[in-house]
Design a protein around this ligand. Sequence first.
Ligand SMILES: Cc1cc2nc3c(=O)[nH]c(=O)nc-3n(C[C@H](O)[C@H](O)[C@H](O)COP(=O)(O)O)c2cc1C
Length: 335
Amino acid sequence: MTDISQRKADHINLALDAKHQADQSAGFEQIRFIHNALPELCMDDVDSSTLFLNHHCSAPLIIGAMTGGCEHGETINRHLAEAAEHCTIPMAVGSQRAELESGLASKVRKWAPNALLLGNIGATQLQQQGVELAQRAIDSIEANAMVVHLNPLQELVQPNGDRDWRGVLNAIEQCCARVDVPVIVKEVGAGISIATAQRLMDAGVTWIDVAGRGGTNWASIESARINQSREQQIASAFLDWGMPTVELIAGLRAQSGRLGIIASGGVRHGLDIARSVRLGADMTAMAQPFLQPALESSEAVIEKITIFSEQLRWAMFLTGSKNLEQLQSAPLLNA
Ligand SMILES: Cc1cc2nc3c(=O)[nH]c(=O)nc-3n(C[C@H](O)[C@H](O)[C@H](O)COP(=O)(O)O)c2cc1C
């Protein structure tokens, strides 16, 4: 097994363990809808569908980026892709770096011929290898959009992680200008602040996935992989670093009415999806909640998506919201 595939396998095993979920909440429990005891709706008419990048999606939910490039990678990706295709929701693939470096052809598009697929590369790979890398990643899965992930904390904790982040913004700007699909920028659990988002928007980014604190904790996962006591001691002060997802969604929406916002980082069920939409998100993404089902079968992933979609529709019904537009203005307690 190569170093990269060993790392990816460790990531999957550690991410399954609840102890690597953030201790601090994403803040969703503070968002409470006012209950509507007279919804005057038929549940059958509650419509959670939306348009994302001009594609119809059955719910504002993306299967979040989880890496391939290791022993279980192919199984996981196949189950996720088949479920995305079946449920008409988008799938974000994990980092394509290992696959592109090994020259192996991706099969994700074969498993999900009609699904909206989002490619993925790290921002430092983009800075080192340029736009051509992004274009290869797009071509290899016929991606409908390209996701660039920012993970400076994770890279610091990771042994031999990338520590030279100069020129990353410029690389993203070049990418936006030259690739032929929309570019989405995301974090991996520490969040994208309003100031950072503004710099990204100025560089031409039109979609941001906030990936805030409150879900999978990458400082904790990477820390569990290192055995140097000194490095672990340094990292230990940063285990709750980052900005909570809920604050970021509301803050970014207040900053820009036009920016496409994806809420992620600790979104754990359909009620959190409803809360995210109410706060101003256009879409949401969940990664870790799909990991265990993805190891089992596509049916297990479909079952999860069905449960999350039903929870969203219940929240819509109980707030008297027939569609997502109405949910955006559903009244909140203490608002
Ligand atoms: C096993 C695993 C692998 C991941 N690999 C990637 C990746 O390759 N690229 C990326 O942008 N994010 C990756 N992530 C981060 C997620 O996309 C997401 O931003 C983060 O886990 C927070 O969402 P969550 O709380 O729903 O898990 C990974 C997450 C998990 C759980």
